[in-house]
Design a protein around this ligand. Structure first.
Ligand code: SF4
Length: 368
C-alpha cells in the first residue's frame, strides 16, 4: 500500500524507552543538560531518580547475570564524560570523527555491535557535559580525511558520527541530547561545513521533524530483512515503523540514509532483502530533494563479542560458528569472523545490482 501523505504535526512513536531507574553522578548533578534530562525523565513518568554521593555507579549487579542484565538495561546513568573520551576519534568508513552523546543502548539486539567494546553491565550512560562533547565539533571542523576532501564524500564537509557507542534516538525521549546537537549545528554555531550523522532502529522522530536542522544532519535508519529484524532486534521499533519515520524525517528536509546491517545470508535472503528494498522505495516515493545514502555492513563477530552475547542471550539462534567463517585480522592483531569470500562476493554483487535497480536514488557509500 502506498504511504499516505505524512502529517509532521502528529507523529507518535511506536517504541519509547522509559528507564525504571535514573542515577545522577555527583559531577553531573549541577550541569545544565542534567536539568533537561531530569525534566524529560519526569515528563516520561520516571519516578526513581537518584542523586549519587560520588561518581562511581554502584549497585548495578543483581543476584544473577540475568538480573544484572535486566536491571542495567532499565537504567539510565547521567555521567560526565572524562577528557580522554572527549577527543574526537577518526571512525572509518563512516565519518571523519566520532563524538559520543552517550554510551550504551537499552535495546536487546542479539548481535549488538557494542558487545565486547563496552565493559561491565550494559547500563546506558548519557553524557551530561554536552557542551564539552560538542566542543569537539568546533575543534575538529575542517580537519579529518575519512570523508572530508574525498572525491566521493567531500561535499558532506567534516562529518561527525554520533552512533558509535549508542543508538541516540533510543534515549532521546529522556535526554534531549540529539535535539540540542542538531539545533546547534543547524544554527551554524560550528560553521556551515560540518555534518552530523547517526543511525537508529527507533522511530521517535516527532521532535526532530520540528527542528531547524539546516540540512546539516543525516539520519540513517538501520534496516534489515524481516526475518533478521523480527528475530534478533528485541526492544526496537519494527521495520514498518522505522520506514514511516524515515519518510517523516526526509519529508522534514533531513538528509537520510540506510544502514543495511547486519546483512546475513539467511534462507531466501535475495527475496527478503529484495522485499526490504522495495518497501524502502515505496516509503520514499514522492519526497522532494531526497538525499539518500546506503551503507551495507555484513554480520561479523569477535571472540570477545561472542562471549558477551552468549552471556546476554544464552538461547540465541544467531549463527556465530567460527568454522563456517573466514578470519580477518585487524592492524592491531585482533580477529574478527566474517563470511567466506564467496558468500561475500555473492551478496555484494547482488546488493550492488539490486540497489541500483530497485532504489536508484540511493548513493552507496561503502560495503563491508
Ligand atoms: S539498537 Fe544498536 S546499539 Fe542498541 S542493542 Fe541494537 S545493535 Fe546494540
Amino acid at each position: 500500500m502506498p504511504f499516505q501523505e505524512t502529517d509532521l504535526t502528529s507523529i507518535s512513536p511506536t517504541r519509547l524507552w522509559v528507564p525504571k531507574h535514573v542515577m545522577i553522578t555527583r559531577a553531573a548533578a549541577d550541569l545544565p543538560h542534567t536539568a533537561e534530562i531530569i525534566r524529560r525523565c519526569g515528563r516520561a513518568g520516571v519516578d526513581d531518580i537518584r542523586f549519587l554521593s560520588g561518581n562511581a555507579l554502584t549497585g548495578l549487579r543483581g543476584a544473577s547475570d540475568r538480573e544484572t542484565y535486566a536491571s542495567a538495561k532499565n537504567t539510565l546513568a547521567v555521567v560526565v564524560a572524562p577528557p580522554s573520551a572527549l577527543k574526537p576519534q577518526p571512525i572509518p568508513p563512516s565519518a571523519d570523527w566520532r563524538i559520543d552523546l552517550a554510551r550504551g543502548c537499552p535495546a536487546h539486539c542479539q548481535y549488538c555491535y557494542l558487545a565486547g567494546s563496552l565493559q561491565g553491565p550494559p547500563v546506558t550512560r548519557v553524557h551530561a557535559n554536552l557542551d564539552d562533547v560538542l566542543e569537539g565539533i568546533r575543534t575538529h571542523a575542517g580537519r579529518g580525511s575519512v570523508t572530508r576532501g574525498t572525491l566521493k564524500r567531500g561535499d558532506e564537509g567534516t562529518t561527525f558520527e554520533m552512533s558509535c557507542y549508542t543508538d541516540p534516538l533510543a534515549i532521546e525521549n529522556v535526554t534531549g541530547s540529539l535535539a540540542a546537537a542538531i539545533s546547534r549545528v543547524g544554527a551554524g554555531e560550528f560553521g556551515s561545513d560540518v555534518q552530523l550523522r547517526f543511525t537508529t532502529k527507533f522511530d521517535d522522530v516527532g521532535e526532530l521533524v520540528t527542528l531547524d536542522h539546516g540540512r546539516r544532519t543525516r539520519i540513517r535508519f538501520s534496516v534489515n530483512a524481516a526475518e533478521v529484524a523480527n528475530r534478533f532486534e528485541g526492544g526496537t521499533a519494527r521495520m514498518p515503523a522505522r520506514l514511516a519515520a524515515l519518510r517523516a524525517v526526509a519529508t522534514a528536509g533531513y538528509r537520510v540514509g540506510l544502514t543495511i546491517a547486519p546483512v546475513m545470508p539467511v534462507p531466501g535472503w535475495r527475496e527478503q532483502y529484495g522485499a526490504l528494498l522495495d518497501d524502502i522505495s515505496e516509503a520514499l516515493a514522492g519526497i522532494p530533494d531526497l538525499d539518500l545514502t546506503a551503507e551495507i555492513i555484513t554480520h561479523r563477530f569477535t571472540p570477545a563479542s561472542k562471549e558477551v552475547l552468549l552471556g546476554w542471550y544464552p538461547r540465541t539462534k544467531l549463527e556465530m560458528d567460527e568454522d563456517s567463517r573466514s578470519q580477518k585480522r585487524s592492524k592491531f592483531g585482533g580477529v574478527k569472523y566474517v563470511y567466506p569470500r564467496q558468500t561475500m562476493a555473492e551478496m555484494r554483487g547482488w546488493f550492488t545490482e539490486e540497489l541500483e535497480r530497485r532504489l536508484p536514488a540511493a548513493r552507496p557509500l561503502y560495503w563491508t
